[in-house]
Design a binder for this molecule. Sequence first.
Ligand code: 13P
Length: 335
Amino acid sequence: MTELNSIALKILQNGKGILAADESTATMTKRLEAVKVSSTAENRLLFREILFSASGMTEFIGGVILYDETIKQESSKKNRIPELISNMGSIAGIKVDTGAKKLAGSENERITEGLDGLRERLNEYYKLGAKFTKWRGVYNISKSHPSKLSIHSNAHALARYSSLVQECNMVPIVEPEVLMDGDHSAKECYEKTSEVIKKCFEELIIHKVDLKGIILKPNMILAGNKSKNQISSEQVAKLTLECLKNSVPSEVPGIAFLSGGQSEIEATENLNLINKYNDTSFIMSYSYGRALQQTALKFWSKDINNIEGTQKIFNHRAKMNTLAAKAKWSKELEN
Ligand code: 13P
């Protein structure tokens, strides 16, 4: 087993998942302002440190994706944040893309940037304690989207990123996110997601990326959030499995879904059914941002000194998702 493969497995084995706490300062500001907390560096750290030091980290969270600001911050006990995470028995990772910008040559589509100077930044993050990284390509569905241009250019960037990350001895999370925004059908989501993922692997192979040393972070197959034809969780699970079976090479050790705007319960229920029907060799787990943090953040915003109460909510959510990653979740366990 290669070192990268063993890191990937360590992050996702035994139902463990990933806490995506890598919101950029702009995104975190939106999240905090929505619950009326002022977005200062101290407050951003305060909330995150509460999660990172929760007991659920040890049992349920195999990896935490950090943002540049957080990986360089110190905890209230004067630990570096990656050190705090590793003391809890988890692994620190880092988002290394610099965001999705307007794609020249296409209306309303975006290309993810951050390749310039990436090798140097990766070396710095490695020294700070990161063992894995994340890069997110984003695609929207409409009649003419995602365009060939967006599919090609984002896959190319994801592959160049992955190759650099492995050169620096870290595991790249490859995240091609087909957004749920719009009125498209689940069938369209299935077709577009298949095309996007296949293209990503074509490029990863050209760039000689070791597929045993990556984690794929895809969207689930859903109908658009404005579609009148929503599908059941059973259908989500079956379509998602079929899509991944047909587009992901079997060497890939693990798949960790993004939540992408699903509610906490939806994200858990869908993951549970995916695992119930999983007849592939892939580990199927979670890398959730909103679906792990939403309720905890809302609770915390009402009393930012209530650390214990906030951690209790986070621990519960992490536990529910880990049960779902083992197909052992049921609605009754939510109460
Ligand atoms: P969500 O689970 O909130 O979609 O966030 C995951 C993520 O990392 C998006 O890039």
